[in-house]
Write a protein that binds this ligand. Structure first.
Ligand SMILES: [Mg+2]
Ligand SMILES: [Zn+2]
Length: 188
């Protein structure tokens, strides 16, 4: 069977409003245009894969159950708009954390490519035909590290304060999706 294409999506500051260490589902608010942009990508045949660093777990700010509840809220709000995430990957680790189980140097904390490599295996993905969208330079580096066709820095969330770098910066998810769809049409 031929391999699928995915768009990897950061959560905080990319799909939802950045709250800095969000452990409460009540704090989840989708950014403007997000459901529509995701719907277009999904309709074009891309799998939607959310990849999120949640070092708040290692730091003892909230638990994996809290992360699951927040992610569930994100999925529920998207489903109300007719969009389904195909997969969600979480890195709960941080070397300087205080929760022993999670205070480790892992292979999954972005910019390390572990979550993309796991998704590629789980979903039979062609990573070189896949894309990354996030609001931090570490997200862009993650995309480069897994060999994405392109990685976008959105100017929402922390992206409003990121320095200009050698990455493709776009206003938000709407603009990133439009560019992906254009590339995909021109050179599938
Ligand atoms: Mg983010
Ligand atoms: Zn990790």
């Amino acid at each position: 069977m031929s391999r699928r294409k995915a768009v990897f999506l950061d959560r905080d500051g990319t799909l939802i409003v950045e709250r800095n260490y969000l452990g409460d589902p009540a704090g989840v608010a989708l950014l403007e245009g997000v459901p529509q942009a995701l719907k277009q990508l999904s309709d074009a045949g891309f799998l939607l894969v959310m990849v999120t660093n949640q070092s708040g777990v290692a730091r003892g700010f909230f638990t994996m159950d809290d992360v699951a509840r927040v992610n569930g809220r994100v999925e529920k709000l998207l489903e109300r708009e007719g969009v389904r995430l195909d997969a969600v990957y979480v890195c709960p680790h941080h070397e300087q954390g205080i929760v022993p189980e999670y205070a480790v140097s892992c292979v999954c904390r972005k910019p390390k490519p572990g979550m993309a490599l796991a998704a590629a295996k789980d979903w039979n993905l062609d990573l070189s035909a896949s894309y990354m969208i996030g609001d931090k330079p570490a997200d862009v580096s993650f995309g480069r590290n897994f060999g994405a066709r392109e990685s976008y820095l959105v100017r929402t969330g922390h992206g409003t304060e990121a320095d200009a770098g050698d990455y493709v910066a776009v206003a938000g998810l709407t603009e990133a999706a439009a560019d992906i769809l254009r590339k995909d049409r021109e050179n599938p």
